[in-house]
Design a protein around this ligand. Sequence first.
Ligand code: URA
Length: 281
Amino acid sequence: MNRRALILDELGLSPVWVRKEILAELQAKPVEPAHVAVASNSPAPRPQGFSPVAVAAHQALAPLVSPAKFTPPPAQTLPANDPIEDERSLRIARMNWQELNAAVSTCTACPLCEARQKTGGQTVFGSGPMQANIMVIGEAPDADEETQQTPFLGDAGKLLNNMLATIGEDEQVYKTNILKCRPPNKRNPQAAEVLQCAPFLKRQIELIQPKTLLLTGRFAMKTLLESDEPVSVLREKLQQYKQIPLVVSYNPSYLLRNLPDKSRAWHDILRLKAALKNSRH
Ligand code: URA
């Protein structure tokens, strides 16, 4: 039986119905299935449990269908970030939680530390339980979040919490950002800043080992998935980062300004719930 017939059979759609006159024509000149070796003097084997109509149709169609070779769809898994190549990243990759926290709070690897030191600002490491079902990754803290050393406060944080609460998952959630320092004037993270901060985030993920990851916004997505695809494309399928199921969605701050995308984000949260359910099996 060819692949098409097998799939139809699996879906409960066999036997295949063929119009009478076409059947007569098919039966008048039976064709051997292309992928079954048949001795020249023996009739073509008849697949079990199929009507003569289905068998004739199958035999006629077999040569038109490429031999039953299954080509898997392109993998959705995107490459994890580059291998750690520099000495600083290697050191960070060996840190325990306390060492990591201390390294973040004294970091001077990019110019954001100058602004931090000038204004007496602080780093925002992350918040939530280490035993996290979900690790939410955003972009960077704002002024209020910096003062309280807690990511995702304010309206964006409330929106995120409400969305997670609707799937009953607002407790075992660890929240953090790609940048642990606040960029001035709410500007976007810059590549050099992300480069220096990313090893901290990767070590946090390794130490927490969350069941699922929720990346909110393009900067978080670019950092972990190294893809230039827009959020609107990568959010459509479940992704993976080092074998952890990963959902891409919009940043809640963006959603506050773009209400139509809220319903899409809701679908992402449902995808997250499904991924979490699967990870518990
Ligand atoms: N608050 C954060 O801490 N991160 C974001 O990405 C958005 C709001």
